[in-house]
Design a protein around this ligand. Structure first.
Ligand code: NA7
Length: 551
């Protein structure tokens, strides 16, 4: 049980975890296993985080997929869960996470429907105080921010949008009640993963779908298929060897990426390779291509040209096909998988509006009005407009560190951090999948486990040496920034406007904030720990902490 103060107004824990998604659930499991008292807060009614919110039609795992998008900490869990498809639907991932919550009795330490609205550090007590919208106040030594890299919805501010009187849904905040599209005229803004997954599904039912596209995208057939009992049996029987491969692979999946350069092969050989991968579909299309596609312009063009030719082949109307032609370096925006996206434009009930030549002027209560084609009457608006990604949820939490300094102030020009987990001036605060970490470039359940392994060891280090706090030095933050910038600048990623570079949110610092080193990252953080947490500053514990929970 947690300790309570005499008035009962503040609950005391060793650690508070904000967020009960994939990362927060594991944070609870791991820290509780270390004997810490832990409380998790989440605004939702149950576990799942991003999978709890993103239940729009067509929402599926759109990375390398099942059965390896999963926790690895429990071999028994792996042995008992049957994944149905390679690209699991949101409901399957959510069922898995609910099973994990049951299996490890997580819910008893999670307070749902509770939004953390403030987190403040107190230098005298070396503790954080967390305030929630339900009136619960908690104090803790360690604040674990598992707030999600893709959870703060980006809602476009378009004139008249609030006057629109029809139904309006953001894909990242999809209603839990069934949404019917039948007989309705639906406009979808956005053609990222969420738009591209949902448009073909909406088109099957709606009277008409108007796709409002700002940036045409590359997308590849998802290649979704059932996972056979033999595949599941193989994954179970060889779990250790899969795990070793996952830990060694740059993205955290058990694949051997093609190590060859696209420029080492002839155009015919390249086309043959791309064609075979296209027929198979799935995220490995991008990974198995060639190792220099995200690095070398010419290698990149070979894949971009191949996908553009595919779009021209699939889309029957040449004018629509041209509007759908992407023109950035392929893979430098989040690579997309689809189930019939380009095919949807061959339907009579789907229209494409190219916002680059025909921008939205305004909404009326019953329509969207664009500059050239004028009024498009609609009954429903779907905002597939993405997220204030990577840093947005930390800034929404806006913790206050030493001297009351807010994260908003600290991060005005850049997301200062060390190792993607810690921030100078914010002692004992740890981020999971925050800026500066591999985050969305890595298998996220596995990445969370590996970061929390490091955080747990760091907490043990404090305990062992009677230390009260840990935080990075500003110099180590600078060095980390230089390291991740050098990695990014060796690729084509920073040259494209994307949510990876903060370009989708007005006023956001514009730079590539993820650590692109893949598994090198885990070696780097292990090395820092092995060198007695080089780059970190510690404070001795202030006397006896009599508010420490009993565990
Ligand atoms: P994304 O990838 O950020 O896509 C958002 C889309 O919305 C993208 O096409 C944007 O165009 C478009 N957008 C955003 N704001 C506007 C405005 N104001 N007007 C027109 N179009 C706009 O988000 P997703 O939800 O699709 O995917 C995010 C991740 O979630 C993904 O990795 C999946 O794993 C799940 P832009 O490209 O910025 O020109």
């Amino acid at each position: 049980m947690a300790a309570r103060d005499e008035s009962g107004a503040t609950e005391h824990y060793d650690a508070v975890v904000i967020g009960a998604g994939v990362s927060g659930m594991y944070a609870l499991y791991h820290l509780r296993g270390m004997g810490l008292s832990v409380r998790v807060y989440d605004g939702a009614t149950d576990v799942g985080g991003t999978w709890w919110y993103n239940r729009y039609p067509g929402a599926r795992v759109d990375g390398p997929g099942s059965p390896f998008y999963c926790y690895t900490f429990s071999k028994e869990l792996m042995q008992e869960w049957d994944w149905k498809e390679t690209q699991s639907e949101w409901s399957e991932v959510l069922a898995y996470l609910e099973h994990v919550a049951d299996r490890f009795d997580l819910r008893r330490d999670i307070q749902f429907e509770t939004w953390v609205r403030d987190a403040r550090y107190d230098e005298a007590t070396q503790r954080w105080t967390v305030e929630t919208d339900t009136g619960v106040r908690a104090s803790c030594r360690f604040l674990i921010c598992a707030v999600g890299a893709l959870s703060t919805a980006n809602r476009p501010d378009i004139p008249g949008i609030h006057d629109f009187a029809g139904e309006c849904y953001h894909t990242g905040r999809w209603p839990h009640e069934p949404v019917s599209f039948e007989g309705k005229r639906v406009a979808v803004i956005g053609t990222g993963s969420s738009g591209i997954q949902s448009i073909p599904e909406i088109a099957k039912e709606a009277a008409h779908v108007t796709v409002l596209q700002r940036t045409p995208q590359y997308s590849v057939p998802a290649g979704n298929r059932p996972i056979t009992p033999e595949e599941m049996a193989n994954a179970r029987a060889n779990w250790e060897s899969f795990l070793a491969k996952m830990n060694a692979n740059p993205g955290g999946f058990p694949f051997d990426n093609n190590p060859r350069s696209a420029l080492d092969e002839s155009p015919e050989e390249r086309r043959a390779r791309y064609e075979a991968l296209w027929q198979r579909g799935g995220f490995t299309f991008y990974l198995d291509g060639y190792n220099d596609i995200p690095i070398h312009e010419e290698a990149n063009a070979s894949l971009a040209d191949f996908i553009r030719a595919k779009i021209r082949e699939v889309v029957r109307d040449p004018e629509t096909a041209e509007k759908l032609m992407p023109d950035y370096f392929v893979m430098t925006k989040r690579p997309i998988l689809d189930n019939g996206y380009f095919e949807a434009f061959n339907r009579d009930n789907v229209t494409l509006v190219d916002l680059r030549e025909d921008p939205i002027e305004r909404f009326t209560p019953t329509s969207v009005v664009t500059r050239t084609t004028g009024e498009h009457p609609i009954d429903m608006l779907v905002l597939a407009t993405g997220f204030d990604a990577i840093s947005g949820s930390m800034l929404r939490l806006n913790p206050k560190g030493r001297g009351g300094m807010s994260l908003e102030e600290r991060w005005q020009d850049r997301f200062h951090n060390h190792l993607g987990m810690t921030i100078a001036g914010f002692p004992n605060l740890f981020m999971i999948h925050g800026p500066g970490s591999p985050g969305v470039f890595y298998n996220m359940p596995l990445g969370a486990e590996r970061q929390l392994g490091w955080i747990g060891d760091c907490i043990r280090h404090l305990e062992k040496h009677g230390l009260g706090t840990v935080e990075p030095t500003p110099d180590s933050e600078e060095a980390w920034h230089d390291e991740l910038t050098a990695l990014a600048n060796a690729t084509l990623f920073p040259r494209t406007a994307s949510w990876w570079t903060g370009a989708n949110i007005e006023g956001k610092p514009r730079y590539f904030s993820a650590y692109l080193g893949g598994s090198i990252y885990y070696q780097r953080i292990a090395d820092v720990a092995a060198r007695d947490y080089e780059g970190f500053a510690f404070e001795p514990a202030h006397g006896t902490d009599d508010t420490r929970a009993s565990g």
